[in-house]
Design a protein around this ligand. Structure first.
Ligand SMILES: [Zn+2]
Length: 130
């Protein structure tokens, strides 16, 4: 077993989510590897410190004060979620339309206009009959 794998196993070993063979493998590695052994000691001291900790009791009437606040909180409303989404989608779709229009204007070359003979003569001063 490699040290990297051992670290994952160490955490699981504290949760006691372990098969017997994994436990033996881990034990064997810990006997030979000083680094992992030290890591196990470190984890053990952290878990011990967490167990010793006395968590404070909530203040009196905590639940009595909390429950009306929870009841007052707005209920889940899918329509308001859609409205928020739509409001964000409007500027995004406008931006897409503007970019698309700009791309059309900038990147599509203007087609050459076919002018009639009189237009050629008048506008470009070109006589097509010559
Ligand atoms: Zn190791």
């Amino acid at each position: 077993m490699k040290c990297k794998k051992v670290e994952r196993f160490l955490l699981r070993s504290f949760d006691k989510l372990f098969k017997e063979e994994e436990k033996n493998e881990l034990k064997k590695h810990l006997e030979t590897c000083a680094l992992c052994h030290a890591k196990r000691e470190e984890y053990q001291s952290i878990f011990d410190a967490l167990k010793e900790k006395n968590f404070p009791e909530p203040k009196p009437y905590f639940w009595e004060r909390l429950q009306p606040k929870l009841a007052k909180r707005e209920k889940y409303d899918p329509w308001s979620l859609w409205k928020q989404w739509a409001l964000r989608a409007i500027p995004a779709s406008l931006l897409v339309v503007i970019l698309f229009a700009a791309a059309i204007i900038l990147f599509i070359p203007p087609q050459k206009e076919e002018l009639s003979e009189s237009e050629n003569l008048l506008l470009r001063n070109r006589d097509t009959l010559q």
